[in-house]
Design a protein around this ligand. Structure first.
Ligand code: B16
Ligand code: MG
Length: 221
């Protein structure tokens, strides 16, 4: 049994969908007559759909009834689904297509821990479902990142203690979630945003089998 296991986030780590979430949220903001910057969007990464809408409405200083909110939540998801409807392998982030089978071959266990309720649909479109030992997504949790629930359930499903799990995340909320339960956190993106992570890699091309093997079994100097 490998000493450590890996928990992958989905959007922004496995697949380049973070940009589509942004496009769909920006349209909602524009429909409500305000704009929503890419910088503000960083706060939404890893955050659930419901919480994201609340953040956007707060940003635009807009109050809506629950019924209106529900309409916007459906509209956002419909738009997002139309943007990803033709998704194929070309949307996978650099190196991931090769990394996942290589991890399997090296007998390093890995699970998915995503806030998205669309995670299973995306994994299926990319034919990745069977590679994961466990899949935990937005349909399995009651608390959104930065709460660690999604990662704790994933760790439990693959029978690894949290401290022996390595979380790969592109969001501030996800890094916070992993750190809360003493998982080893690897941020994919900028040091400025993900500085709280144990390790920060500029993009997934740096997330190599060697890098992960070294986190699992550090080489002594
Ligand atoms: P959905 P992750 C997160 O996925 C996204 O980063 C975040 O932008 C999105 O709002 C959230 O999923 C919910 O997604 O609307 O598809 O249920 O990064 O945790 O894989
Ligand atoms: Mg993400």
């Amino acid at each position: 049994m490998a000493k450590k296991a890996i928990i992958f986030d989905l959007d922004g780590v496995i697949v380049d969908t973070a940009k589509y979430h942004y496009i769909a949220w920006r349209k909602i903001a524009n429909d409500l007559d305000f704009d929503f910057s890419e910088k503000d969007n960083e706060q939404l990464k890893g955050v659930s759909r419901v919480k994201s809408l609340d953040y956007i409405l707060e940003n635009g200083k807009i109050q809506l009834s629950q019924e209106e909110k529900d309409k916007f939540l459906v509209a956002k998801n419909d738009h997002y689904l139309s943007l990803i409807s033709n998704m194929d392998e070309s949307e996978m982030l650099p190196g991931i297509k090769e990394l996942l089978p290589a991890l399997r071959k090296a007998k390093i266990p890995f699970a998915l821990g995503s806030a998205s309720k669309n995670a299973r649909r995306i994994l299926k479109a990319l034919q990745l479902t069977d590679l994961f030992l466990a899949i935990v997504d937005g349909t399995n949790v009651s608390k959104a990142k930065p709460d660690p629930e999604v990662f704790v359930i994933a760790a439990r499903k693959i029978c690894y203690a949290p401290k022996n799990c390595i979380v790969i995340e592109d969001s501030k909320a996800g890094i916070e979630a992993a750190n809360t339960v003493n998982m080893i956190s690897v941020g994919i993106g900028s040091e400025e945003i993900l500085g709280a992570a144990d390790h920060v890699l500029k993009d997934t091309s740096k997330l190599t089998l060697e890098f992960l093997k070294n986190l699992i079994n550090p080489t002594r100097v």
